[in-house]
Every structure is written in structure tokens, then in C-alpha cells.
Design a protein around this ligand. Structure first.
Ligand code: PLP
Length: 381
């Protein structure tokens, strides 16, 4: 007899709030249930009285939050008889699609921008046996091609325009509310297609409502899956704050951006697919959008790694980078409880990490003297 039930993934855990029934075959890799870590050192360094938590989504099975959406999307695709899935991707969606397709025994096709995805993500898609189609174009062009080809070919799109993706991803908000006993005051996320910020808002709204109606206008296309009449009502909902990379910030420009560019490749998206929904989320929650330049993003990535022992990929650090800006300016006031989503693991993008590292690395002879000298001269007093 196990001491507690084996955790078998987020669909099983939140079955009553997701569009599955008793005989749905669940395609899961044990995703979800990720740590909500309280930052100990960074609030002291910035000298502000704030509680900052990071939701470490890099600890999902393929290393990003995309697994939460993919378990639902692939489960439903299989239930509906689909034999193949397809996505356009800046990397993490393709890694997740490839893994869940392998688990389900179906085929995955992934379109990625030629040369613009992080090495770890490419390795995953290839290792899981997806057919990788590199296009000589960016994510936005790939997305359009996926939509066009899916009209002709028997393939299910598993990008976040697939409504089941957001249903799976909303569970991150459930986990946060259950651990904090309430919603945070501010929830900060990096924004690319804006699916994840929308999904979190749906999740928080479900927890603050038992009306049995759509809980937010942002989920108007959910076929009623948002209904949650479970009774667990928390008083508050967070202000949702979405941060973009400055070179790829359509929500700041107020229009689509045709040549997005940023070191944060996961959010190098100029034509967000959840454009209207994300504006609704901002309005309903009383939040805002802002942008960070690449240097600020990389500095936040490094700060987290060096001061807290948490390694996330560049795009993920955008949530903390933006939050630190808004805490410094007072827009996020002292006394606040803040959650920053760290969307993907740092190991996804080793190239960028090694390039910007200033950690001392010395090569010495394999002798006791040489190693002792290296320690003495690098000891921080
Ligand atoms: C997909 C992704 C994002 C962006 O999420 P959207 O739902 O497209 O806004 C951010 N960070 C990482 C690491 C991602 O993989």
C-alpha cells in the first residue's frame, strides 16, 4: 500500500473541472504539480517588502508549461480519433507535442523557424521522433502555414488556438490558489501568443465564481468548459501583468509586429494568436502590459540563477524582470504578494547561458598545489 496516491498528472487531479469523461484515455507524463518557490534573497537585495513567489514551470516533464496544455490537447485529439498532430513553434510547443505524441502513439509534425530555436528544444523534438519541418521564416509565418495546411490534411492543430490547450494550462492557477489559500495580488507572465496569460485568468476566475456561466469573457470560446460550480470561492483575483521583450512587443505597440526580434526566442512572436482575449484579461483584471529589453531579461535570468539557485530560460525571466521594474517604480506596491511564472527550464537554451556567464572558470594542472591555489585565489571572503 502506498502512503499516498501516486500523482498521475493534472487531468486526473482536476478531472471535475476539465472536459473529460470517465472513459477518456488520458495521455499524461505526470505534468503539473510544479513548485511554487518563495524568493528569499532577491527581495532583500532590492530592499522592498514584497512576497515574490515563482511558479517553476520548467519542472514539467518536457521542461515547460506547454505540457499542461499538451496533455489536454493530445488526450482530446486521440479521443476524437486523430492520428496526427501539428504545430508551429518557437521550440517548447514542438518539444511537448513530440513527447505527448510519442506517449500516445500518434504522429507529430512541427514547424520551427530555421536556426531560431534553442538547441535543447530541437534535441527534444528530434529525440521524440517528430517530423521537424524547418521553415525559412519566423513563428508567425509558420503559424499561418499550419492553419492553412490543417484545412487540407488530417492533422489536429495543437497550438494554443486549440481550446483544450488553455483548459489544461488554467490548472497552474488552481495550484497557486490551493497553495497560497488565496490568489496573489499580481500575477506576472511573459507574453508571446498570450495563451498562457489567458489560461491563468480563466483558472483564477473559476476559483472566484460558482455561477455556472462563463467566468470570463476571455473564455467565450471554451464551449462551457470553464464552468466550475465546486464551491471553493476565493475572495480575490489577481491583476494580470504581461511582459514582452522590447523587440517583440505587439501589445505595447498596439498592433502586430512584422519582424520580431529578441534573445528570448520563446516569445519572439509578432502576431499573437490570443490578441483579443489578452486585452480582455487586462481589462477584466485591472492589470497591464509592459516591455523589457534583452539586457534586462538576461540580467533577471542571471539574478535568479545566482541568488536563488533557480535556472529558467531567457523568455521566462521576462516575468521577473518586468516585476522588478514595476516594484522599483512602486506600480506594484510594497506589501504585495506576487507570483511570477517561470515558463521554461534554463537547460533549454545552454548557448545563451554559457555566452553570458561571467562565472570564473580556470584550467589548472591536475595537482593538489594547483587546485589549492585556484581555490585560495577565487575564495569569496
Ligand atoms: C510558449 C512560451 C511562452 C509564451 O507563452 P504564450 O502562451 O505564447 O504567451 C513564454 N515562455 C516560454 C518558455 C514559452 O515556451
Amino acid at each position: 500500500m502506498p502512503f499516498r496516491p501516486r500523482y498521475t498528472g493534472l487531468i486526473e487531479r482536476y478531472r471535475d473541472r476539465l472536459p473529460v469523461n470517465d472513459d477518456t484515455r488520458l495521455i499524461s507524463l505526470g505534468e503539473g504539480n510544479t513548485p511554487l518557490l518563495k524568493l528569499n534573497n532577491i527581495p532583500k537585495i532590492i530592499g522592498k517588502d514584497v512576497d515574490i513567489y515563482v511558479k517553476y514551470e520548467g519542472l514539467n516533464p518536457t521542461g515547460s508549461f506547454k505540457d499542461r496544455g499538451m496533455t489536454m490537447a493530445v488526450t482530446k485529439a486521440v479521443e476524437e480519433g486523430s492520428k496526427a498532430i501539428i504545430c508551429a513553434s518557437t521550440g517548447n510547443t514542438s518539444a511537448a507535442a513530440a513527447a505527448y505524441a510519442a506517449r500516445a502513439g500518434i504522429t507529430a509534425f512541427v514547424l520551427i523557424p530555421d536556426g531560431k530555436i534553442a538547441l535543447g528544444k530541437l534535441a527534444q523534438a528530434m529525440m521524440h521522433g517528430a517530423t521537424v519541418i524547418q521553415i525559412k521564416g519566423n513563428f508567425d509565418e509558420g503559424m499561418q502555414l499550419v492553419k492553412d495546411v490543417a484545412k487540407e490534411a488530417p492533422v489536429t492543430i495543437v497550438n494554443s488556438i486549440n481550446p483544450y490547450r488553455l483548459q489544461g494550462q488554467k490548472t497552474a492557477a488552481f495550484e497557486i490558489v490551493e497553495e497560497l489559500g488565496r490568489a496573489p495580488d499580481y500575477h506576472c507572465l511573459p507574453v508571446g501568443n498570450a495563451g498562457n496569460i489567458t489560461a491563468h485568468w480563466i483558472g483564477y476566475c473559476e476559483y472566484s465564481s460558482n455561477s455556472g456561466e462563463h467566468v470570463t469573457a476571455a473564455c467565450a470560446h471554451c464551449d462551457g468548459h470553464c464552468k466550475y460550480a465546486g464551491g471553493a470561492i476565493v475572495g480575490n483575483r489577481p491583476k494580470m501583468v504581461g511582459y514582452q521583450a522590447a523587440g517583440s512587443a505587439p501589445f505595447m505597440r498596439g498592433e502586430m509586429v512584422d519582424d520580431p526580434d529578441t534573445v528570448a526566442t520563446a516569445i519572439r512572436i509578432g502576431h499573437p494568436q490570443s490578441w483579443e482575449k489578452a486585452w480582455l484579461v487586462k481589462e477584466e483584471s485591472g492589470g497591464w502590459f509592459d516591455e523589457c529589453d534583452d539586457d534586462t531579461i538576461l540580467a533577471a535570468q542571471k539574478l535568479l540563477a545566482e541568488q536563488e539557485g533557480i535556472f529558467c530560460e531567457p523568455a521566462s525571466a521576462t516575468s521577473l524582470a518586468g516585476a522588478l521594474n514595476d516594484i522599483a517604480s512602486g506600480k506594484i506596491p510594497e506589501g504585495s504578494t506576487i507570483v511570477c511564472t517561470l515558463t521554461g527550464h534554463g537547460l533549454k537554451d545552454p548557448d545563451i547561458a554559457i555566452q553570458q556567464s561571467t562565472a570564473p572558470m580556470v584550467t589548472v594542472d591536475a595537482t593538489l598545489d594547483a587546485v589549492r591555489d585556484a581555490i585560495v585565489s577565487n575564495m569569496v571572503s
